[in-house]
Design a protein around this ligand. Sequence first.
Ligand SMILES: Nc1ncnc2c1ncn2[C@@H]1O[C@H](COP(=O)(O)OP(=O)(O)OP(=O)(O)O)[C@@H](O)[C@H]1O
Ligand SMILES: [Mg+2]
Length: 254
Amino acid sequence: MTDTVIRTESLTKIFEKGKKREVVALDKVSIEINRGEVFGLLGPNGAGKTTLIRILIGLLTPTAGNAWVLGCDVTQDIDYIRERVSLLPQEAGIYDRLTARENLVYYGGLYGIPDDDLHNRADRLLDTVGLREKEDYQVKGFSGGMKRKVLVARALIIEPEIVFMDEPTTGVDTIGARVVRNVLKKLSSEQKRTIILTTHDLNEVAELCDRVGILNEGNLVAVGKPSELEEQFKAADLEEVFMGLVTGEGVYGQ
Ligand SMILES: Nc1ncnc2c1ncn2[C@@H]1O[C@H](COP(=O)(O)OP(=O)(O)OP(=O)(O)O)[C@@H](O)[C@H]1O
Ligand SMILES: [Mg+2]
């Protein structure tokens, strides 16, 4: 039996920009994501990916429609949801004046996890992302990619049921990106966690994602396994599917 952990129904978000202008960031998006899936959210800049994630963790309220996470309505039971999910934010979110280890332990402490457990988990996670030797340095001296790795580790310290990774490998070097991808693979295969991943790297999607949803201007234009989408759109690869749906260019082997 598949266990749906995220469901949206005609989810809509409209941002008001000045008196007469508005942006429809999400337009009646209906989607289901199952437990244990690595689900890729794809789409060009401004497509609505981050907006969708922010609604699912209660940082934004929908304009219309509904969304449930772990069976709970995001507009009603957000505390229950927040204890069980975590987010690697696309931007910021890190405490520059804390060290790498302190960032992890402080965040985990907010969830009431005992100190001993936190330090054990931090040991393991800092090893995994290759920052153990730098763990006692303030994060403000870290490069962009190193900060990203701290955030990946921080997102995992609460051992969430669902983890939202908003561009986890953006700005991370080739070796670091490999590390992050391996962490995500392990999380999915060994711990059966659900991962929602956004990325602009379609090779990463092909490597990691069980299914993908493609957003374009707030509309969900395709959902399925990469191989199913290639077949459905008679495309050679995911890039061709993506380009065809998003730009209408080079459509499907013509
Ligand atoms: N807080 C906000 N206030 C006003 N408009 C916003 C806000 N957040 C997002 N938008 C608008 O909503 C649309 C969707 O933005 P969103 O950040 O969800 O896109 P994205 O798919 O995550 O893009 P990217 O790939 O660049 O991260 C954009 O037009 C953006 O300008
Ligand atoms: Mg985004």
